[in-house]
Design a protein. Structure first.
Length: 92
């Protein structure tokens, strides 16, 4: 038997949550039910305030890393911190 929960929330937050759920291919109701099941099962509230990298940003960073790896032969290598600081023109 299903029941309805009336929840007051910010309209913009609800719209953003609906868009994200849609992007993931699930209804917002499914997301909320999953959170409720986890809350009941674990008997605790677990929220993360750490921002997650989007797929786009992760791909961008991986491309930069691959580019740097490919250009490793042209990069200067330092054997000690003093040489690095001199190269960066920072006082030692």
């Amino acid at each position: 038997m299903n029941t309805t929960i009336l929840l007051k929330t910010d309209k913009e937050l609800k719209n953003k949550a609906s868009r994200v759920a849609k992007e993931l291919g699930v209804p917002l109701t499914t997301v909320m039910n999953a959170y409720l099941r986890q809350f009941v099962r674990d008997r605790r509230i677990s929220l993360s305030i750490e921002p997650q990298l989007s797929d786009k940003k992760l791909k961008e960073l991986l491309a930069i890393s691959a580019e740097m790896d490919a250009d490793i032969k042209n990069q200067k290598v330092f054997t000690n911190a003093d040489d690095l600081l001199k190269h960066l023109k920072l006082s030692v």
